[in-house]
Design a protein around this ligand. Structure first.
Ligand SMILES: [Cu+2]
Length: 461
């Protein structure tokens, strides 16, 4: 989570990449970015005005207005993406990062998107959820020939309906999506819409996942289910920026899922409503309160709430393995196993051997264990009161009374008002209630008693 100072420092991180101006004279310039930090919203310099979104650990692609058409230039290319401090991945993406930049347009806009392929293989872009001419749908082999390496194609259509969409290749999808090729698309309403409220903060991010062996940097593309890095916009906690809002802001969060499993997204401290899908805005009468919404594969869910409770609220996928980084998988369960003798014996054979969690895995976040290079700890993140013991798809909603309306920077940790925090009490616990002993299968009363042996209790009782 970047500091307030870093946020502004990085605000000017957009840079035009060096390409032959002669070769691309007719094309819009290529705008790239080298940082994974959340960029401030891009206020539209021309065209119909709208309230821009903030892409978590991402940015919005600037456009060129030409004869009333918004022209964008996406470049599909290999990128180096920092997943979290301490780990970088060799991914494929667009314009310097994975995911690609968010594209923001207004309902009714004529949009022209140039796509240059700098990958070692062919690609296309499919505009997920859009109403467009069939030939602009981007399905390689079906609606167009694939874009060969070094070539540029152009897509053009009118953004017909407002809502939240995604873009991704429809060519060697298994490889290209496993490598991180995807992006967000928001079509803002052209005027007040009965089912689209104005909000104070509008965030978006894509759910994605990678299988990167500890110690390496390139995803395994053949993985179908057993991913080891669960990410939001190709970032894992504690690399995911917090969502920083002002008390009583109306907040919208748009979430798209391009992984291979569903993700129940859960917000603490507030109730929200799902106000839209990739099919469009949902009428008021069809909404209901939730604190968790399942975002299935290939779906988008748009949630809204009033942030009326100050604090640092956890916001995460509710599948507990998805809030964990690499190294946390394929480890045998050893809760209740006394490993004190074993560890010594194995250490003699394997220097540096460490017994895993005989009272649970919570201690793992505290451990300073040797990790392969370029590898994130399984669970990590330091809070004010100790290790947060999370990884993967986890972030924070930070609600603050004094957050300025246009300020998206991290306000730091929340200070709990006196008397409002869980705390230790000193009274001894009452005796456990025991069930009366039943007759054993052998028929003799009192024969069988199950003693629950607490881990680390070496007395046997
Ligand atoms: Cu999940």
């Amino acid at each position: 989570m970047n500091s307030r100072r870093d946020f502004f420092k990085l605000g000017g991180a957009l840079a035009a990449a060096s390409v032959s101006p002669a070769a691309l004279a007719a094309l819009p310039e290529i705008v790239s970015i080298a940082t994974p930090d959340t960029q401030p919203p891009l206020t539209p310099p021309n065209g119909r005005p709208y309230d821009p979104v903030v892409t978590l650990n991402g940015w919005t692609l600037p456009w060129r207005m030409r004869d009333g058409v918004k022209e964008f230039h996406l470049v599909a290319e290999p990128v180096l993406r920092e997943i979290a401090p301490g780990m970088k991945a060799r991914l494929w993406g667009y314009n310097g990062q994975s995911p690609g930049p968010t594209i923001e347009v207004v309902e009714g806009d004529r949009v022209r998107i140039y796509v240059t392929n700098r990958l070692p293989e062919h690609t296309t872009i499919h505009w997920h959820g859009q109403r467009l001419p069939n030939g602009m749908d981007g399905v390689g082999g079906l609606t167009q020939p694939q874009i060969q390496p070094g070539k540029t194609f152009v897509y053009e259509f009118t953004a017909r309906r407002p809502g939240t969409f995604m873009y991704h290749p429809h060519a060697d999808e298994m490889t290209q999506m496993a490598m991180g090729m995807m992006g967000f698309w928001v079509t803002h309403p052209k005027s007040r819409h009965p089912h689209i409220a104005r909000v104070d903060r509008d965030f978006c991010f894509l759910l994605n996942a990678y299988d990167i062996e500890p110690g390496s940097a390139t995803p395994s593309i053949m993985t179908m289910l057993d991913f080891n890095l669960w990410t939001w916009n190709s970032r894992a906690f504690p690399g995911i920026d917090s969502l920083n809002v002002r008390l009583n802001d109306r907040v919208r969060i748009r979430i798209g899922n391009l992984t291979m499993t569903n993700h129940p997204i859960h917000l603490h401290g507030h109730e929200f409503e799902v106000t839209g899908t990739d099919g469009g805005p949902i009428p008021q009468s069809a909404r209901w309160p939730e604190v968790t919404t399942d975002v299935a594969v290939g779906q988008m869910r748009q949630i809204e709430f009033v942030a009326d409770a100050e604090g640092d609220w956890a916001f995460h996928c509710h599948k507990s393995h998805h809030t964990m980084n690499a190294m946390g998988h394929d480890v045998p369960t050893s809760i209740g196993v006394d490993q004190s003798d074993l560890a010594g014996k194995i250490s003699a054979l394997i220097p540096g051997y460490m017994a895993m969690g005989d009272t649970g895995m919570g201690g793992m976040a505290d451990m300073v264990m040797p990790l392969p290079d370029n590898t994130l700890p399984m669970m990590t993140g330091q809070g004010v009161y100790g290790p947060i013991e999370m990884g993967g798809m986890f972030s924070l909603l930070k609600v603050r009374r004094w957050q300025e309306p246009d300020d998206y920077s991290d306000p730091g940790w929340y200070k709990q008002p006196a008397g409002t925090q869980a705390h230790e009490v000193s009274a001894p616990p009452p005796e456990a209630t025991r069930a009366p002993q039943a007759a054993s299968p052998q028929g003799k009363a009192g024969d069988v008693e199950v003693n629950v042996r607490k881990p680390r209790d070496h007395s046997g009782h």
